[in-house]
Design a protein around this ligand. Structure first.
Ligand code: DAT
Ligand code: MG
Length: 139
């Protein structure tokens, strides 16, 4: 299998809690290679493109509000099967029940807000990865 790229976002909760370094360190320690990195504020337009599959769902608007609540760190990681590998490191969507040992399982929990503040985003397929890298970093 050839080398893949994936988009990783440290969401505003991760940045606010000073977990950026701890999260990136786990991905690097796994052996994936950091290719791009920047800290930035999202915009509504950018998030609408990024979360196109979720537009109209009940959690979409609170999700966008959360993603606009502070800076985000965007990264591209490279490696064989990095798309699947990062999602495995991240853990399942709900941080309360994500497995211990995962980023969401170790650092996240339900904070009583509407949106699950689950620290990270990782692309879910090769097609999503290329689309999302284009959105956050340009082509
Ligand atoms: P993932 O981030 O694990 O790929 P997803 O793509 O299904 O999950 O959803 C994108 C984000 O939206 C997710 O990280 C948190 C939020 N979310 C998903 N399902 C939700 C729900 N049922 N209620 C509230 N927020 C939700
Ligand atoms: Mg997803």
């Amino acid at each position: 299998m050839s080398t893949e790229r994936t988009l990783v976002l440290i969401k505003p909760d991760g940045v606010r809690r000073n977990l950026t370094g701890a999260i990136l360190a786990r991905v690097e320690a796994k052996g994936y290679v950091l290719a791009e990195l920047k800290k930035m504020d999202a915009t509504r337009e950018l998030l609408e493109a990024h979360y196109a599959e979720h537009v109209g769902k009940p959690f979409y608007e609170p999700l966008v509000e959360f993603m606009l609540s502070g800076p985000i760190v965007a990264a591209v990681f490279e490696g064989q099967r990095v798309i699947e590998g990062f999602r495995s490191l991240a853990g399942t969507t709900e941080p309360t029940t994500a497995a211990p040992g995962t980023i969401r399982g170790d650092f996240g929990r339900d904070w009583g807000t509407k949106v699950q503040q689950n620290l990270v985003h990782g692309s879910d397929s090769a097609e999503s990865a290329e689309r999302e890298i284009g959105i956050w970093f340009g082509n």
